[in-house]
Design a protein around this ligand. Structure first.
Ligand SMILES: Nc1ncnc2c1ncn2[C@@H]1O[C@H](COP(=O)(O)OP(=O)(O)OP(=O)(O)O)[C@@H](O)[C@H]1O
Ligand SMILES: [Mg+2]
Length: 256
């Protein structure tokens, strides 16, 4: 059991260029990015700070227009945001004045009360928050808030999940717990997941494949297959070797 994904291509990023006009002139961020994401896979994207990882994700989600090239999901060009693709933001984006139930149900439309309740509770249970549906975010821990965020994203039933540094705001213990949880949720739901992280160890622990971006103007340098069963052991000797390879591509000396 090395990977849960099929070989079918879900997302195709082809020759993507993206620049921003700023007061100081044009900033070239993406410089011909190619990337193919398989249906149901867990793909991590790593790269130096400021290289354009979030920009790429924003383009893939339709929040930013690309300057040149093509991004397709299921063969359809991405031109605007679509609720079938959802972001889990780096910082928690839940509404503090709404209960867990209301937060999770926020984007759920077109269902009567009974059906909506069933639906919302299904996702509250999936993330392990049953019993807390009436709680307000202020009454929850950081990890629990993040579970609400995942449930809210999943309740809209997107088939692709984009996670941009989702664990950044969490303490070390909660981060370990949420990493485990995201793998479980990914397996149970069969979503295609794309995780942007600056943490190479995290990418190797979670992903089927790791795409490595270069400095800006960025391309995807290579995509590494992480052919290891889960749960993964961070002391696995193969990880050391893969980490070294990734760090040398990123052009940094490994300190640990
Ligand atoms: N709306 C914008 N207008 C102008 N420049 C932008 C805009 N968005 C991003 N940039 C620039 O594009 C580059 C890439 O930014 P981006 O946020 O995509 O990098 P990143 O790889 O996600 O960085 P980090 O690891 O710090 O999150 C940066 O130089 C940034 O200043
Ligand atoms: Mg970023």
């Amino acid at each position: 059991m090395s990977t849960e994904s099929t070989q079918r291509e879900k997302i195709r990023v082809q020759g993507v260029y993206k620049s921003f006009a700023t007061k100081k002139g044009t900033v070239q961020v993406l410089d011909g990015v190619n990337l193919s994401v398989r249906e149901g896979e867990f793909l991590a994207i790593v790269g130096p700070s400021g290289c354009g990882k979030s920009t790429l994700l924003n383009c893939m989600a339709g929040f930013e227009r690309i300057s040149q090239g093509s991004i397709q999901i299921d063969g359809v060009e991405v031109q605007h945001p679509d609720p079938k693709r959802v972001f889990v933001f780096q910082e928690t984006g839940i509404f503090p004045w709404l209960s867990v139930w209301d937060n999770v149900g926020f984007g759920v439309q077109g269902l009567g009360y009974e059906a909506k309740h069933e639906h919302v509770m299904k996702y509250i249970r999936l993330v392990g928050l049953d019993g807390f549906e009436k709680s307000l975010p202020a009454e929850l821990s950081g990890g629990m808030k993040q579970r609400v965020e995942f449930a809210r994203a999943l309740a809209v039933e997107p088939d692709v999940l984009y996670l941009d540094e989702p664990f950044g705001a969490l303490d070390a213990f909660t981060r370990i717990e949420m990493r485990r949880e995201i793998v479980r949720i990914w397996r149970e739901t069969g979503k295609t997941c794309i995780l942007v992280t600056h943490d190479v160890a995290e990418a190797l622990e979670l992903a089927d494949r790791v795409a490595i971006m270069t400095r800006r103007p960025a391309v995807v340098h290579s995509v590494m297959e992480v052919d290891r069963p889960r749960p993964r052991d961070s002391d696995d000797p193969a990880f050391r070797e893969w980490k070294d390879q990734i760090f040398s591509i990123l052009g940094v000396e490994r300190s640990v």
